[in-house]
Write a protein that binds this ligand. Sequence first.
Ligand SMILES: *Cc1c(COP(=O)(O)O)cnc(C)c1O
Length: 399
Amino acid sequence: MCACCPGNDAGNVPDLPQGQCGTPGILRATRALIRLDHLAENIVLVKQKTGAALCMPVKANAYGHGALPVAGAALAAGAEYLAVATLEEGRELRKGGIDAPVMLLSIALPEEIDGIIAAGLEPFAGDAEYIDALEGRAARAGKKCAVHLKIDTGMGRIGCTPGQALSLAARIAASRNLLLAGTATHLAVSDSPVPEDRAFTERQLDIFRGTVEGIKTAGIDPGLVHAANTGAVTFYNDSWFDMVRPGILLYGYSPEDSQGKPVMAVKPLMELSSSLVFIKELRRGETVSYGRTWTAPEDTLIGTLPVGYADGLSRRLSGRWDVYAGSGKEGSLRPLAGRICMDQCMVDLGKDSGARRWDRVSVFGGKAPHAGIMAARLGTIPYEITCGISPRVPRLYLA
Ligand SMILES: *Cc1c(COP(=O)(O)O)cnc(C)c1O
């Protein structure tokens, strides 16, 4: 069953397992397969571990996976909250019929506040000016706006100082058109097993705990208390409070322990898949792609994939990545050959791989190494890989 387009069959995607569906219309060869069944499993794992309410971050088009299908599947699997970074992202959810609570994690412009209130988003706020603007616009609209007080305990991004928190909480609690729906902080190094980073995170959590206690002692209800991102869900049992907000973990990428082993048994949602649209023989000494950086060491077969850096396949992977080519037990990992172009790249299939024209190829995920491994190869993080898959790549949802 398709999460986004019920009733569509998978006739145009014969490689999909039985019972799984496709996006309507003819798809181009290159597509991102999104395993919503993996998302549901990851959510169950996190809920079982933390026993807390769950906020699913769907900012940046759900880290590139597609905001609406991911939000719908996350709520169906038990998430209580969603989180976005911009007003527009929040509006997209509302237009898509989602009425679950949605937090707005970034600070918006004053002129966006009417939109925030109209969409019923729950903004993070950490200063009097912004809180008063929210109160003023909510009063004018005759609505109540739920706010999450954001306390900066060491991230250095947004939020009030711990010392300001009590008076701001009181300000929100006393206002007629605001509701203190939550009190939150964000952790800077919770995914790191290094001792100095552990000490820093413990200090952030201590400050946060003490500040929340102060709010409670003053007789103010802090609402939902939440702090835990992916690293904190993984490593800090005392960070879970009322709700957790892990993002990349739910998309299937776990922090690693000091041995470099993933700690949580989550499954990646995204596979970037393409197809061998052209195969040719190359003789020893012939070259492939711009700059002629790759020369055939012997006679071989070169396959062409219609995926390139404009799709989000970094050009810096040229000559540094293997894709999984071929189907079933005949498939194998084969190296990219030559420079990755804007819309295409080439793979050295070797002489006896058995790969045939139109065969599916996993570029990352699926039978190929996942986006986290690709990220490590590039000296970046999996977020940047999945967020970087461009809009021209159709997303295909498997539930
Ligand atoms: C993005 C974000 C998260 C999720 O972070 P991950 O590292 O993906 O777990 C949680 N909280 C806030 C405030 C965020 O901006």
